[in-house]
Ligand binder design. Sequence first.
Ligand code: ATP
Ligand code: MG
Ligand code: MG
Ligand code: MG
Length: 478
Amino acid sequence: MKAAEIRQTFLKFFESKGHQIVASSPVVPGDDPTLLFTNAGMNQFKDVFLGFDKRSYNRATTAQKCIRAGGKHNDLDNVGYTARHHTFFEMLGNFSFGDYFKQDAIAYAWELLTTKFNLPAEKLWVTVYAEDDEAYEIWNKQIGVPAERIVRIGDNKGGRYASDNFWMMGDTGPCGPCTEIFYDHGPEIAGGPPGSPDEDGDRYIEIWNNVFMQFNRDEAGVMHKLPKPSVDTGMGLERLAAVLQHVHSNYEIDTFVALLAAAKAAVDAAGGQDCDKDSPSLKVIADHIRACSFTIVDGIIPGNEGRGYVLRRITRRAIRHGYKLGARTPFFHKIVAELANQMGDAYPELRQSQQRVVEVLKQEEERFFQTIANGMEILEAALSGGAKQIDGETAFKLHDTYGFPVDLTADVCRERGVTVDQAGFQVAMERQRQQARAAGKFKMSAGLEYTGSATQFHGYEHLVCEHSKVTAIYVDGS
Ligand code: ATP
Ligand code: MG
Ligand code: MG
Ligand code: MG
């Protein structure tokens, strides 16, 4: 089953159970200052769960565009390292607004997985919230999942991907205990079952979370009961597609195979020659083109703060991975056409804004390609010393002069088992801010260097206006 068919099967199944099919909301939430990007299907229904908004339906189903690259759910650093995490992914969901609850939610999920998608029951594991005897009983007694494949899990005690059966959208907002369904990809893949010490592996992959929405968490951390117990579920389309297409990694599913080929062609044409088709860097590029394109479609452009800075960071990370594979000229924007081929039917806005996305990315690439070579030289020199940590001053110089966001520097360092002195970096940042303030209302520090007759971009020019929100404007106008 191709991804497009899986999406349709999911929506049609829940439609047949009385759910209204609702379109995805944008990845940039319009009216929720607590959210950087849409991180789950339930975001657009937040006020319905809270009882502030009412719809003409009390059951809904969606395929939602999500981005997890900042805020509470941040998977940016997982991309390229796990088989299952993306910055952008599609979340398939069904929702009950005060209508059905645990019983039906669990029964629907099981019916869909085992009779429509025909997954073998013995490969499915489930987790429930530690104290949720009701959910445990439904799984065990009514559905018939044996006790040895039901795991009780409490609140997250830490750990990189540790299971957590109390779901929260953010630090505030609707939340509740959840039950999750995992698929066992088989003993040839490393990793233990959910809740075990080696659950971080990719053998048992979480595919679906069913959240029993019961509370609203306020800023002080106090839980208030919601007007009506509700259901919010989320299943990663790419993870389900991997299972149904009998592959292990999300990057082997139909849509990603095409994107990876486009990424390789673009990198090769930009100097990569015949780059390694299995390189994790290509996966990162294929992942990031989706997040960047959908963000730009929704009106964000690369910038120095907020969402614009997240976009810039993701774009530059992708460019750096292309650079690592040999690209020396803009390549990233060339992948947009294949993305539109793959996803333009489901998300027509992608085709509508395609030209603009290409232009915005190309501009950002042209800008970063001016400094990346010199920046990489400095970073390579710092790494060649064998130190286990890059000092804050170097990270700051890379940030300030060469446009390397500190997480990009950290991304390069991580590949070599080296860390960045983040505290030292912050100290350097703060020092610069203070110096700028002390210098008075306006401060100009020229960053242009003349080499012969050509003007070479060398650094950023800072224009600091004490009484406005503008803190830095780059020479190149960004
Ligand atoms: P994980 O533990 O694997 O990081 P999660 O528990 O953070 O996933 P949820 O918040 O429960 O994920 O989201 C619901 C579903 O969305 C998950 O079960 C998974 O199928 C999918 N999903 C979550 N994060 C990602 C991601 N970064 N990329 C792709 N799919 C994801
Ligand atoms: Mg996660
Ligand atoms: Mg999880
Ligand atoms: Mg989960």
